[in-house]
Design a protein around this ligand. Structure first.
Ligand code: MG
Length: 234
Protein backbone atom coordinates (compact mmCIF):
# COMPACT_ATOMS: atom_id res chain seq x y z
CA UNK A 1 0.00 0.00 0.00
CA UNK A 2 1.38 3.41 -0.94
CA UNK A 3 1.86 5.74 2.03
CA UNK A 4 4.64 8.01 0.84
CA UNK A 5 5.20 9.50 -2.60
CA UNK A 6 8.67 10.65 -3.58
CA UNK A 7 9.24 13.28 -6.24
CA UNK A 8 12.29 14.04 -8.28
CA UNK A 9 12.76 17.79 -8.80
CA UNK A 10 14.71 18.77 -11.96
CA UNK A 11 12.73 18.02 -15.13
CA UNK A 12 9.92 16.46 -13.09
CA UNK A 13 8.53 19.37 -11.03
CA UNK A 14 10.34 22.04 -13.05
CA UNK A 15 12.39 22.30 -16.22
CA UNK A 16 16.14 22.51 -15.76
CA UNK A 17 18.13 20.41 -18.23
CA UNK A 18 17.33 22.96 -20.96
CA UNK A 19 19.63 25.42 -19.18
CA UNK A 20 22.62 23.21 -20.05
CA UNK A 21 21.43 22.76 -23.66
CA UNK A 22 20.94 26.49 -24.13
CA UNK A 23 24.41 27.19 -22.72
CA UNK A 24 26.13 25.60 -25.75
CA UNK A 25 25.23 28.21 -28.41
CA UNK A 26 25.94 30.94 -25.84
CA UNK A 27 29.44 29.52 -25.24
CA UNK A 28 30.00 29.31 -29.01
CA UNK A 29 28.96 32.96 -29.33
CA UNK A 30 31.37 34.06 -26.58
CA UNK A 31 34.20 32.14 -28.27
CA UNK A 32 33.55 33.70 -31.65
CA UNK A 33 30.74 31.69 -33.14
CA UNK A 34 32.24 31.08 -36.58
CA UNK A 35 34.11 27.86 -35.76
CA UNK A 36 32.57 24.43 -35.47
CA UNK A 37 32.46 23.69 -31.75
CA UNK A 38 30.94 20.19 -32.00
CA UNK A 39 34.22 18.61 -30.92
CA UNK A 40 34.49 20.96 -27.93
CA UNK A 41 30.96 20.12 -26.78
CA UNK A 42 31.53 16.40 -27.32
CA UNK A 43 34.66 16.61 -25.14
CA UNK A 44 32.76 18.69 -22.59
CA UNK A 45 29.97 16.09 -22.35
CA UNK A 46 32.56 13.37 -21.75
CA UNK A 47 34.43 15.47 -19.17
CA UNK A 48 31.24 16.22 -17.23
CA UNK A 49 30.49 12.52 -16.81
CA UNK A 50 34.14 11.72 -16.05
CA UNK A 51 34.24 14.42 -13.34
CA UNK A 52 31.00 13.48 -11.55
CA UNK A 53 32.84 11.31 -9.04
CA UNK A 54 35.03 14.29 -8.13
CA UNK A 55 32.79 17.34 -8.59
CA UNK A 56 29.28 15.86 -8.25
CA UNK A 57 26.31 17.19 -10.26
CA UNK A 58 25.23 20.78 -10.81
CA UNK A 59 26.03 24.06 -12.52
CA UNK A 60 29.22 24.79 -10.55
CA UNK A 61 30.58 21.34 -11.39
CA UNK A 62 29.64 21.95 -15.02
CA UNK A 63 31.49 25.28 -14.86
CA UNK A 64 34.78 23.62 -13.91
CA UNK A 65 34.54 21.07 -16.72
CA UNK A 66 33.43 23.74 -19.18
CA UNK A 67 36.23 26.23 -18.40
CA UNK A 68 38.88 23.52 -18.55
CA UNK A 69 37.65 22.21 -21.91
CA UNK A 70 37.19 25.65 -23.44
CA UNK A 71 40.74 26.59 -22.41
CA UNK A 72 42.15 23.36 -23.85
CA UNK A 73 40.16 23.67 -27.07
CA UNK A 74 40.89 27.32 -27.80
CA UNK A 75 44.49 27.39 -26.51
CA UNK A 76 46.23 30.77 -26.56
CA UNK A 77 43.36 32.52 -28.37
CA UNK A 78 41.26 32.37 -25.17
CA UNK A 79 41.44 35.67 -23.29
CA UNK A 80 40.35 37.13 -19.94
CA UNK A 81 37.32 38.96 -21.44
CA UNK A 82 35.99 35.63 -22.65
CA UNK A 83 36.70 34.06 -19.27
CA UNK A 84 34.65 36.78 -17.57
CA UNK A 85 31.79 36.30 -20.06
CA UNK A 86 31.81 32.53 -19.43
CA UNK A 87 31.68 33.10 -15.66
CA UNK A 88 28.79 35.53 -16.17
CA UNK A 89 27.06 32.81 -18.20
CA UNK A 90 27.46 30.43 -15.23
CA UNK A 91 26.02 33.08 -12.91
CA UNK A 92 23.05 33.50 -15.27
CA UNK A 93 22.52 29.71 -15.26
CA UNK A 94 22.38 29.81 -11.44
CA UNK A 95 19.92 32.70 -11.27
CA UNK A 96 17.68 32.04 -14.31
CA UNK A 97 13.99 31.64 -13.48
CA UNK A 98 13.26 28.08 -14.56
CA UNK A 99 9.67 27.16 -15.50
CA UNK A 100 7.66 25.20 -12.92
CA UNK A 101 5.68 22.29 -14.36
CA UNK A 102 2.13 23.64 -14.94
CA UNK A 103 0.59 20.63 -13.12
CA UNK A 104 2.97 20.65 -10.12
CA UNK A 105 0.95 22.83 -7.77
CA UNK A 106 -2.36 21.05 -8.38
CA UNK A 107 -0.89 17.54 -8.15
CA UNK A 108 1.19 18.20 -5.01
CA UNK A 109 -1.66 20.01 -3.31
CA UNK A 110 -4.10 17.14 -3.93
CA UNK A 111 -1.68 14.34 -3.05
CA UNK A 112 -0.36 16.06 0.09
CA UNK A 113 -3.79 15.76 1.73
CA UNK A 114 -3.67 11.95 1.52
CA UNK A 115 0.01 11.02 1.42
CA UNK A 116 3.30 12.08 2.92
CA UNK A 117 5.36 13.65 0.15
CA UNK A 118 9.15 13.66 0.02
CA UNK A 119 11.34 15.51 -2.44
CA UNK A 120 14.48 13.62 -3.45
CA UNK A 121 16.79 15.62 -5.65
CA UNK A 122 20.30 14.91 -6.84
CA UNK A 123 22.97 17.60 -6.95
CA UNK A 124 24.97 20.04 -4.91
CA UNK A 125 23.31 20.96 -1.60
CA UNK A 126 23.27 24.74 -1.79
CA UNK A 127 22.34 24.82 -5.48
CA UNK A 128 19.44 22.37 -5.06
CA UNK A 129 18.17 23.99 -1.85
CA UNK A 130 18.04 27.37 -3.60
CA UNK A 131 16.06 25.84 -6.47
CA UNK A 132 13.59 24.19 -4.09
CA UNK A 133 13.13 27.49 -2.27
CA UNK A 134 12.70 29.46 -5.50
CA UNK A 135 10.18 26.93 -6.85
CA UNK A 136 7.65 27.85 -4.15
CA UNK A 137 6.79 24.13 -3.80
CA UNK A 138 8.79 23.31 -0.64
CA UNK A 139 5.73 23.60 1.63
CA UNK A 140 4.10 20.49 0.14
CA UNK A 141 6.87 18.18 1.34
CA UNK A 142 7.30 16.44 4.69
CA UNK A 143 10.99 16.07 3.92
CA UNK A 144 13.45 17.41 1.35
CA UNK A 145 16.46 15.24 0.63
CA UNK A 146 19.35 16.52 -1.47
CA UNK A 147 21.56 13.57 -2.39
CA UNK A 148 24.81 13.28 -4.32
CA UNK A 149 23.70 10.20 -6.24
CA UNK A 150 20.49 8.26 -6.67
CA UNK A 151 21.61 4.70 -6.14
CA UNK A 152 19.88 1.79 -4.42
CA UNK A 153 22.08 2.34 -1.34
CA UNK A 154 21.17 6.03 -1.18
CA UNK A 155 17.44 5.34 -1.56
CA UNK A 156 17.68 2.74 1.23
CA UNK A 157 19.31 5.34 3.49
CA UNK A 158 16.76 8.03 2.63
CA UNK A 159 13.83 5.67 3.29
CA UNK A 160 15.36 4.47 6.55
CA UNK A 161 16.05 8.03 7.71
CA UNK A 162 12.41 8.93 7.07
CA UNK A 163 11.00 5.66 8.50
CA UNK A 164 9.47 4.59 5.16
CA UNK A 165 9.12 0.92 4.20
CA UNK A 166 10.04 0.41 0.54
CA UNK A 167 6.74 -1.40 -0.17
CA UNK A 168 4.90 1.76 0.93
CA UNK A 169 6.95 4.03 -1.33
CA UNK A 170 6.16 5.30 -4.82
CA UNK A 171 8.78 7.43 -6.63
CA UNK A 172 7.93 9.81 -9.48
CA UNK A 173 10.62 11.10 -11.83
CA UNK A 174 11.91 11.69 -15.33
CA UNK A 175 15.07 9.56 -15.17
CA UNK A 176 14.90 5.78 -15.54
CA UNK A 177 18.45 5.51 -14.23
CA UNK A 178 18.04 7.75 -11.16
CA UNK A 179 14.35 7.71 -10.24
CA UNK A 180 12.98 4.38 -11.44
CA UNK A 181 15.53 1.51 -11.61
CA UNK A 182 17.05 1.86 -8.12
CA UNK A 183 13.62 2.29 -6.46
CA UNK A 184 12.16 -0.80 -8.16
CA UNK A 185 15.30 -2.75 -7.25
CA UNK A 186 14.84 -2.05 -3.53
CA UNK A 187 11.18 -3.07 -3.55
CA UNK A 188 9.45 0.27 -4.15
CA UNK A 189 7.16 1.35 -6.97
CA UNK A 190 7.88 4.01 -9.54
CA UNK A 191 6.25 6.24 -12.13
CA UNK A 192 8.33 7.38 -15.07
CA UNK A 193 7.39 10.69 -16.70
CA UNK A 194 9.91 11.29 -19.49
CA UNK A 195 10.97 14.86 -20.22
CA UNK A 196 11.53 16.05 -23.77
CA UNK A 197 14.99 17.37 -22.84
CA UNK A 198 17.14 14.53 -21.53
CA UNK A 199 20.81 14.04 -20.66
CA UNK A 200 22.54 11.06 -22.27
CA UNK A 201 24.12 10.16 -18.92
CA UNK A 202 20.66 9.33 -17.54
CA UNK A 203 19.92 6.70 -20.24
CA UNK A 204 19.58 3.02 -19.40
CA UNK A 205 19.89 0.02 -21.72
CA UNK A 206 16.80 -1.67 -23.23
CA UNK A 207 17.78 -4.75 -21.26
CA UNK A 208 17.67 -2.85 -17.93
CA UNK A 209 14.39 -1.19 -18.88
CA UNK A 210 12.68 -4.42 -19.88
CA UNK A 211 13.74 -6.19 -16.68
CA UNK A 212 11.68 -3.96 -14.40
CA UNK A 213 8.01 -3.22 -13.92
CA UNK A 214 7.05 0.44 -13.57
CA UNK A 215 4.33 2.87 -14.57
CA UNK A 216 4.72 5.39 -17.36
CA UNK A 217 2.84 8.64 -17.91
CA UNK A 218 3.06 11.32 -20.58
CA UNK A 219 2.81 14.24 -18.19
CA UNK A 220 2.59 15.06 -14.48
CA UNK A 221 -1.09 16.01 -14.77
CA UNK A 222 -1.96 12.31 -15.21
CA UNK A 223 -0.44 11.32 -11.85
CA UNK A 224 -3.52 11.99 -9.69
CA UNK A 225 -5.68 9.71 -11.78
CA UNK A 226 -3.03 6.97 -11.73
CA UNK A 227 -2.57 7.13 -7.95
CA UNK A 228 -6.35 7.08 -7.39
CA UNK A 229 -6.70 4.10 -9.70
CA UNK A 230 -3.83 2.20 -8.07
CA UNK A 231 -4.44 3.12 -4.45
CA UNK A 232 -6.84 0.30 -3.56
CA UNK A 233 -4.59 -2.43 -4.92
CA UNK A 234 -0.95 -1.44 -4.44
MG1 MG B 1 15.18 14.75 -12.90
Amino acid sequence: MIKVIGFDADDTLWDYEYIYHEAKPKIAKILGGSENYDELFYQLDQAEVRNISLYGYGVKSYALSMLENVARFTGKSFDSDQLIQLIELIRDMLTENFPINPYAEEVLSALSSEYDLILITKGEGYEQERKVERSGLAGYFNAIEVVSYKTEAIYRKVLKRNSIASENFLMVGNSLKSDILPVINIGGKAVHIPHEVAWFHEDVSDHEREAIDYFQLEHLGQLLELVQRLAPRI
